[in-house]
Structure formats: C-alpha cells, structure tokens
Design a protein around this ligand. Sequence first.
Ligand SMILES: CC(C)(COP(=O)(O)OP(=O)(O)OC[C@H]1O[C@@H](n2cnc3c(N)ncnc32)[C@H](O)[C@@H]1OP(=O)(O)O)[C@@H](O)C(=O)NCCC(=O)NCCS
Length: 153
Amino acid sequence: MEPRPASLSRLTMAQVIMPEHTNPSGIMHGGELFKIMDNAAGVVATRHCSSPNILTASVDSLVFKESIRAANLVLCDAEVIYTGTSSIALHVTAVVEKIITRETKPAAEGYWFMVAVDKKGRPIPIPPLIIETAEQEERKIDALHRLKRLKQL
Ligand SMILES: CC(C)(COP(=O)(O)OP(=O)(O)OC[C@H]1O[C@@H](n2cnc3c(N)ncnc32)[C@H](O)[C@@H]1OP(=O)(O)O)[C@@H](O)C(=O)NCCC(=O)NCCS
C-alpha cells in the first residue's frame, strides 16, 4: 500500500456551541465535546485509510482544559501520528474561540486509536504513515508507548 503523509488527511472542524450542547449550568457537556473530537478523528482516519469502516478502539489521556459556553466556537484539529497494520493513532486537540474577539484557549486534548475493518468487522491493512519531521517521529514513539500500555489494560 502507498504510504501517505499526515498532511494529506489533516483536518480542522468547527462547530458553534448551542444551548442544547450545555448542562443546566451553561457549560458544554464533556460528551458533546468528545463527540466532535471523535468525529474529527474518524474523518481523518477515513481520509488516511480511504476506507469507510473505521472503529474507535480506545481513547487515551483525554483532558478537558477549559469550560466552554454556548455561542462560542469550538475548533477541533486531528492529525495522524502513527499507523500499524490495521490501526491508526491520531492526536486530537480542541480550542475554544470567542467569535467576536477571536480570542482562543486550548479546551481539550486526547489520543484516539482506531482500527480499519471490513464489512464483517475484521481488521484490514491500511496505508503506512510517512514520517517527515523530528516532531512527527517523537509523536509516533509516544503513540507506540501509549498503545503498548493500552493493550495491557
Ligand atoms: C477494535 C477491534 C476491531 C479490534 O479487534 P481485535 O479482534 O481485538 O483485533 P486484533 O487483536 O486483531 O487487533 C487489530 C488491531 O487493533 C489494535 N487494537 C486492538 N485493541 C486495541 C485497543 N484497545 N487500543 C488500540 N488498538 C487496539 C491492535 O493493536 C491491532 O493493530 P495492528 O493491526 O495495527 O497491529 C474490536 O475490538 C472492536 O470491534 N471493538 C469495538 C469498536 C467499537 O464498536 N467502537 C465504538 C464505535 S466506533
């Protein structure tokens, strides 16, 4: 399979936060933010693998850093950092933007591990990732450490 760089699949997704995304205190539900991040990871993994069936196997170190209120914009960035035979790891970050002032703050960060499967749910091979920079190599090694730990759970 033809190897691919992360730049080919990288994505930033934007969503305006509405009152229905928040709890009675007016703060965005963590589950709603997770869903946006999961969608971004899924699109990037689908792009990289050119495969329609991508399953989330695990999520590591999801950290919520900043509360988000309605009428703000969430910008979610996902990038491939590692590929195995059928598995793919993505670094996903979310920032919150005050739309009027354009002020941004980091809102959340996590590591998604997904697996490409066929119609029967069996893992299938995916294109390898081309590592282009020293930073990408560091992220790949970090993903490998995380994967090793996750598989021991
Ligand atoms: C993810 C899933 C397909 C893995 O199936 P499996 O039979 O355990 O597959 P295997 O042991 O053959 O491993 C296949 C790949 O998945 C990876 N994997 C398996 N469990 C994993 C986990 N918990 N975290 C990260 N990667 C995992 C393996 O490392 C392997 O990667 P490789 O091919 O790059 O070496 C299976 O557990 C599953 O279907 N889970 C449910 C997924 C789901 O419904 N998610 C929510 C909706 S998207």
